[in-house]
Design a protein around this ligand. Structure first.
Ligand SMILES: [Zn+2]
Length: 286
């Protein structure tokens, strides 16, 4: 049986470094992405500047696994509040099968989401940890540019924040072609960058340096779960990566520099011309 976590009053305070104010209603609007950098967009630019710029300008819509996104948000809304989850479920009738023997019941992915919710909701220690304000919008400046972030759970009093992550398998390893080493999902998805940004924006907005925690829950049956913290040097490296790459990325956004094509993503493939010949010896990129 899924029980609701004790609800905490949301932090209504929002602040802004530009004349615009971010609210829960406009946080994901594209125009706010053009005013504020965020960890999500920064990582998009690190992956492929050409694709990120085209998407930011509304010229390109990446083909996303939208079901995975909805499943992740299904879980997030549950731990935000009862109202938020009820509203989210209402807005996503596609979660319920409309044909076949499963008609009227939750689709497989959403059943998985429900068991992931249960795995956390029934966990005593998770309930102790996941106390604080939910979905807190923070803004500030990093390296002179405005940034935004949204914190899943912020506990200023005890000096920490928590980000919920859903993943296939918490212990799966990913090959990093740059370091030529295997790494966990936390680094493969550059979560230290997101956590470093959140930590800095929380510090600027509330004057408290908070410790980041990731609570990962897997899509396995039954789901695995793990609270994870990040070594300090990973947060420092991530912030240095931002400070080192940000000027060029902002120049690209403002039209002062040309975006670099990664050459291999969906956007680059879709705009590719057969203008060069490459030796078979050089085909592998990893
Ligand atoms: Zn690309």
């Amino acid at each position: 049986m899924i029980k609701n976590l004790s609800k905490t009053k949301s932090t209504s305070k929002t602040s802004s470094t530009t004349s615009e104010t971010l609210t829960p209603a406009n946080y994901y609007d594209r125009w706010t992405d053009q005013l504020f950098m965020s960890a999500t967009w920064f990582k998009k630019f690190l992956a492929c500047e050409a694709e990120a710029l085209a998407e930011l300008q509304g010229k390109w819509e990446p083909c996303m696994k939208s079901t995975a996104l909805v499943v992740g948000n299904w879980l997030h809304s549950y731990f935000e509040s009862e109202e938020a989850h009820a509203k989210f479920v209402d807005e996503h009738p596609e979660a319920i099968s409309s044909r076949g023997p499963s008609k009227g019941h939750l689709k497989k992915e959403f059943k998985t989401a429900e068991s992931m919710i249960e795995a956390l909701a029934d966990d005593h220690d998770f309930n102790l940890l996941y106390q604080g304000d939910k979905e807190v919008i923070v803004t500030g400046e990093i390296g002179g540019y405005p940034w935004k972030g949204k914190i899943d759970c912020l506990n200023l009093k005890q000096g920490y924040f928590v980000d919920l992550k859903t993943t296939d398998d918490i212990y799966k390893s990913y090959w990093n072609p740059e370091t030529r080493e295997k790494e966990p999902f936390v680094y493969a998805y550059n979560y230290p960058l997101q956590m470093a940004v959140y930590q800095e924006l929380i510090k600027q907005q509330f004057g408290v340096t908070c410790k980041p925690y990731i609570v990962a829950v897997s899509k396995q049956d039954p789901p695995d779960k793990q609270a994870i913290d990040l070594p300090e040097y990973r947060l420092t490296n991530a912030m240095n990566q931002i400070l080192g790459s940000q000027q060029h990325i902002q120049d690209v956004i403002k039209g002062r520099a040309d975006p670099i094509q990664c050459g291999h993503c969906a956007y680059c493939r879709s705009t590719k011309k057969l203008e060069s010949v490459v030796s078979a010896d050089n085909l592998l990129i990893d």
